[in-house]
Design a binder for this molecule. Structure first.
Ligand code: MG
Ligand code: MG
Length: 264
């Protein structure tokens, strides 16, 4: 059951989205060789506190509750990496995913950063993954069903020689971080038959392609959270929370427009 949101509700979600964007600005400014993933997470946690935002990731139930406000995943780690004492080094790629709620409405966004100098292949992987998210946002205003967007996303990634992760998907978002529908980054016959959905005004979804340099296969690490590529090759992850309005797709987790002030 998909919740459609009014213009007013989308405006409230934008407030959460702006704080998530601000958190990413804080994180991006810290990414460099020598910093630990735990230091980045602590800065984002302080930023959420300053903005009276409730972090959405900390305490998510699992075999152990998720212990941080960001998922920080390095190199072959695809998603759900736990921040801590790991030191970033030049040549790494680091995916930072975070979300918060403001006034009861949620925002969720992720991006992958290069650390220092990265390889040409890694740079292509990051460009492909942010590019396929941009493609999806554009197509959300031009196609009528998600299956058509997802099909074109998978083709975009395959044409560049990389693979779309299939074990994890995007999601509806609103009062809760994870709502219906499921938003895959590829299209299977079963999805088209049973789970496809209309791209209609009021839909708000988190679109989050995860792209691997090698195999699409992932495995769970012994910390019960981190998902890593089976072949050890790097992975990238970009995500935005996006609403469909009368004027077309609106990215709720992008930077401020004229008249909006940035969170501090
Ligand atoms: Mg996320
Ligand atoms: Mg998400």
């Amino acid at each position: 059951m998909v919740n459609l949101r009014s213009q007013r509700e989308i405006a409230l979600m934008r407030r959460a989205g702006l704080v998530v964007w601000g958190a990413h600005q804080v994180a991006a400014a810290m990414v460099r060789p020598g910093i630990t993933t735990g230091e980045i997470d602590a800065a984002v946690e302080a930023f959420f506190a300053r903005n009276s935002a409730v972090p959405l990731f900390k305490g998510v139930p699992g075999k152990v509750p998720f212990p941080a406000v960001c998922c920080i995943s390095v190199n072959d780690e695809v998603v759900h990496g736990i921040p801590g004492p790991r030191v970033l080094r030049s040549g790494d790629v680091v995916s930072i995913d975070t979300g918060c709620s403001v006034g009861g409405w949620c925002g969720d966004s992720a991006r992958t950063h290069p650390v220092g100098e990265i390889s040409e292949d890694a740079r292509r992987l990051l460009e492909c993954t942010s590019g396929v998210l941009d493609l999806a946002i554009d197509l959300m205003g031009k196609r009528s069903r998600w299956s058509d967007v997802a099909t074109e996303m998978a083709t975009f990634v395959r044409d560049r020689g990389f693979s779309v992760v299939e074990n994890f998907v995007g999601h509806g978002i609103g009062r809760k971080m994870h709502e219906d529908p499921q938003v895959p980054n590829y299209c299977s016959p079963a999805f088209r038959r049973n789970y496809d959905f209309e791209l209609e005004t009021g839909l708000v979804i988190a679109v989050e392609p995860m792209v691997n340099m090698g195999t699409k296969k992932v495995r769970l690490m012994p910390d019960h959270w981190t998902q890593s590529t089976v072949d050890g090759l790097p992975s990238a992850h970009f995500e935005h929370t996006i609403a469909i309005t009368e004027e077309g797709p609106e990215v709720l987790t992008r930077g401020p427009d004229a008249g909006e002030s940035a969170p501090v």
